[in-house]
Design a protein around this ligand. Structure first.
Ligand code: ADP
Length: 354
């Protein structure tokens, strides 16, 4: 038994033996952590507490058959879910029931996330779809002879359809980016040139919103290894957000700055990196929102996000792209003063180091 005990003590997952007297005879440290420190020698009914597992042990003590049941735990910080395999073996001192626990919490968490995601997508699509169906009914019924109403309704319908289109585009983009997250980008890309190109493309939208775009970067080229199209998406998303949300009391303060540093040692990367910051002087973001901003569909003000054509996926896409580039995203904001989204990317080692 002592060899078996030593073996069980070394196992990384919770492991419990119950002897013929129906008491706990051996537990390793993970098992003690799960069911209680003073469980050795206790009747299994007292130690295990959960009816499904107690019934399985009782049945296996009688017929020696294998059973698999669920067990719910709590590691102090959160609930955990386990699959327990209950088997019987005959050892020198008689029949012993063996409980082997497998942690299913990660799988359960992934399932919860998938369910939440499907619920969110369905909700986001249903809202414009319901509106479209309503307007189609009105156009076929009460507004069938009203030219002015038809023109107005078709305008709204176009907006709703555009919203659905953006959502589908962003979902596809998120899916693509997630799929590529482990593939390291290999293209040598000059961030200065890229910033210039993005700002030229966004300028018409900024002009419409009365916002000036300022680019503040070194004259020299600054190279990183990047997927140019994805890095374009990062800069464009952040600048578009700064235009969309960078207003104070509904009035835009008129300036969005894109700043790029020369390569310097970055402690968070443990190597040389460059900082690309998008800075606005808008309303700012309260501290308790910051950690959740990159979660899918998280918005501070859903109504406002929808009004400005947001899908709630932009920053989630940005975060995944930055992860793929082994970079970091930091958000600094002071309510009433503005926000800085700072992207830190590993620099190419042949660049100038300051
Ligand atoms: P959305 O499609 O709603 O813009 P994002 O993922 O791009 O989704 O952004 C999530 C939320 O973060 C936005 O709804 C907005 O509330 C907030 N946000 C993003 N950028 C800024 C900014 N520059 N200033 C203030 N709030 C911002």
């Amino acid at each position: 038994m002592s060899d078996i005990r030593t073996l069980i003590m070394a196992l990384p997952h919770p492991f419990i033996l119950i002897d013929e007297t129906e008491r706990i005879s051996v537990t390793n440290a993970p098992a003690k952590h799960l069911i209680g420190m003073n469980c050795d020698g206790l009747p299994y009914i007292t130690a295990l507490r959960q009816p499904a597992l107690i019934e399985a042990v009782e049945a296996t003590l009688k017929d020696a058959s294998l059973r698999i049941v669920r067990y719910l735990g709590n590691d102090g910080a959160r609930d955990t879910t386990w699959t327990v395999t209950v088997t019987a073996v005959t050892l020198r001192d008689g029949v012993t029931v063996v409980l082997s626990f497998q942690d299913m919490s990660v799988v359960e968490d992934a399932n919860d996330m998938r369910r939440d995601f499907v619920a969110n997508v369905s909700h986001e699509l249903r809202t414009p779809l319901t509106s479209l169906l309503g307007f189609i009914e009105t156009l076929r019924g009460s507004a069938s002879n009203d030219r002015a109403a038809q023109t107005r309704f078709l305008g709204i319908m176009k907006q709703e359809a555009a919203r659905m289109h953006s959502l589908v585009e962003d979902l596809m983009s998120l899916n693509r980016v997630e799929g590529q997250e482990r593939i390291k980008p290999t293209m040598r890309t000059d961030l200065c040139a890229l910033i210039n190109d993005v700002l030229v493309a966004i300028k018409p939208r900024a002009d419409d919103a009365g916002v000036g775009l300022i680019s503040d970067h070194p004259m020299d080229a600054v190279y990183v290894l990047a997927d140019r199209e994805q890095m374009w998406q990062v800069i464009a998303n952040l600048v578009e957000n700064a235009i969309k949300y960078g207003s104070k009391n509904g009035v835009h303060t008129g300036k969005v700055t894109v700043q790029l540093s020369l390569p310097t040692y970055e402690p968070v990367l443990l190597q040389s990196g460059v900082r690309l910051s998008v800075i606005d002087q808008g309303e700012g973001i309260a501290a308790h929102h910051l950690a959740r901003l990159t979660q899918r569909f998280y918005r501070i003000d859903t109504h406002r996000s929808r009004e400005v054509g947001g899908t709630g996926l932009g920053l989630a896409i940005v975060k995944h792209i930055i992860n793929r580039h082994r970079g970091r995203l930091h958000i600094f904001s002071v309510v009433g003063q503005g926000t800085e989204f700072r992207v830190i990317l590993p620099a190419l080692m042949d660049g100038p180091l300051i």
